[in-house]
Design a binder for this molecule. Structure first.
Ligand SMILES: [Zn+2]
Length: 309
C-alpha cells in the first residue's frame, strides 16, 4: 500500500453560487510500506475565481499573487497529481478531513468528480495520530501542536504551506503509525464515503415531519419506567422541542426535550429530562393506573390540552 499524505492551501471566496474554497497549492508526500518517503509533489494552482489572494491567506501561507501567476490551472495540476499517485493500492491521509472535502469541492466545481477515485482509501491522520498518542478524539489538536507533543522535529520550514505541512504530517504519521489504529480509521474512498462526508446533518423543526413517528414522543418516567402524560404544547428552543411531562404515579413533573437530528445514517432521536416542580398533586388514585399507562401521542397541536387534572 502506498500512503499519500496530502495538504492543500486554499483561498476562500464568495461566488454567485455561494462560498467556494479555491485551491491555490497542492502538496503531497508518498510513504512506502516501511513509512519511508518515496516521493513528493508540490504545485501552486492558478486561481480562476479570485485572482487576488485574501490578505489573511497571504500572511498565513506566505504565498504571493506572483507565485500563482505563472502556475497552471486546477485541472492541469490535478492531472499531474493523478499521474504522480499512479496505479496500485493507495491510501490518502490528511490532517483532519477539511483537505479531502475541499479537494472534492474543487473537483466538483470543475466537473471532474470521477477523477477523485484515483484515491482508493482515506484515513484522517489527525484521528489516527491522536488515538495512537492517547489523546481524546473529542479534542482537535493542530498539526504543529501535535508535532511538538509527539516530539517530531518541526524544522525551520514555514508551516501553512502545502508541501511543508505534508512533510510534517508524514513525519507524524510515520512516527505514530500502528496497523491497528490505521485499520480503525481507514475508509474505502467510494461514493458513499463522499456522500457521507458531504451530508449536512440538520435538526427537524416541524414536528409533523413524516420522519418522526408519533410513538417517538412517548416518554417514560425515569423513576418507575411507566409512560408519562404530556401536560403542555411543545415549544421549540435551540432546535429542541420542549414540553412538560408528568408521571402520575411518582407525582413528578419533568421538562422533556426531544431533539430529532437527521444524519446520513437516519434519524437520531435524543430525549433529555429535567425534573421541575415539587409534587403538588394529591396521591394518585390507583384505579387510574391502567389509564395512565396509556401514553399520549402527539396529534393536532391546536387541540392539545392539559389532560392530567
Ligand atoms: Zn414515575
Amino acid at each position: 500500500m502506498k500512503y499519500i499524505i496530502m495538504d492543500l492551501e486554499w483561498n476562500g471566496s464568495n461566488t454567485v453560487d455561494g462560498h467556494f474554497n479555491e485551491i491555490i497549492e497542492i502538496g503531497a508526500v508518498a510513504l512506502d510500506d516501511s513509512m519511508a518517503i518515496s516521493g513528493e509533489f508540490q504545485s501552486f494552482v492558478k486561481p480562476k475565481i479570485t485572482r487576488k489572494l485574501r490578505g489573511r491567506i497571504r500572511e498565513l501561507t506566505h504565498i504571493s499573487n506572483d507565485d500563482l501567476k505563472s502556475a497552471s490551472g486546477f485541472a492541469a495540476v490535478y492531472n499531474r497529481l493523478k499521474e504522480w499517485i499512479g496505479s496500485g493500492d493507495n491510501c490518502m491521509l490528511s490532517w483532519g478531513n477539511a483537505d479531502i472535502a475541499v479537494l472534492y469541492e474543487n473537483l466538483k466545481h470543475y466537473d471532474m468528480l470521477d477523477d477523485i477515485y484515483v484515491i482508493q482509501n482515506y484515513c484522517d491522520a489527525q484521528l489516527m495520530c491522536q488515538k495512537a498518542a492517547g489523546i481524546s478524539l473529542a479534542k482537535q489538536v493542530g498539526l504543529s501542536s501535535f508535532a511538538e507533543f509527539a516530539d517530531v522535529d518541526i524544522g525551520d520550514d514555514l508551516l501553512h504551506r502545502a508541501i511543508n505541512d505534508s512533510r510534517l504530517t508524514a513525519k507524524c504519521v510515520a512516527k505514530m503509525f500502528k496497523p491497528e489504529f490505521f485499520a480503525e480509521f481507514v475508509k474505502k474512498a467510494d461514493k458513499s464515503f463522499y456522500d457521507r462526508m458531504n451530508f449536512k446533518s440538520y435538526c427537524i423543526q416541524d414536528l409533523n415531519d413524516e420522519l418522526i413517528k408519533p410513538t417517538e414522543f412517548m416518554t417514560k418516567c425515569p423513576d418507575c419506567d411507566r409512560y408519562m402524560t404530556r401536560m403542555t404544547k411543545y415549544t421549540c428552543r435551540n432546535r429542541k422541542h420542549h414540553a412538560a411531562y408528568r408521571c402520575k404515579f411518582c407525582r413528578k413533573t419533568y421538562n422533556v426535550a426531544h431533539t430529532f437530528k437527521v444524519t446520513y445514517d437516519g434519524l437520531e432521536h435524543k430525549v433529555t429530562l429535567h425534573q421541575t416542580d415539587p409534587p403538588i398533586d394529591p396521591p394518585v388514585d390507583q384505579s387510574l393506573q391502567d389509564l395512565a399507562d396509556v401514553s399520549e401521542t402527539p396529534e393536532n397541536e391546536d387541540t392539545k390540552e392539559t389532560k392530567d387534572a
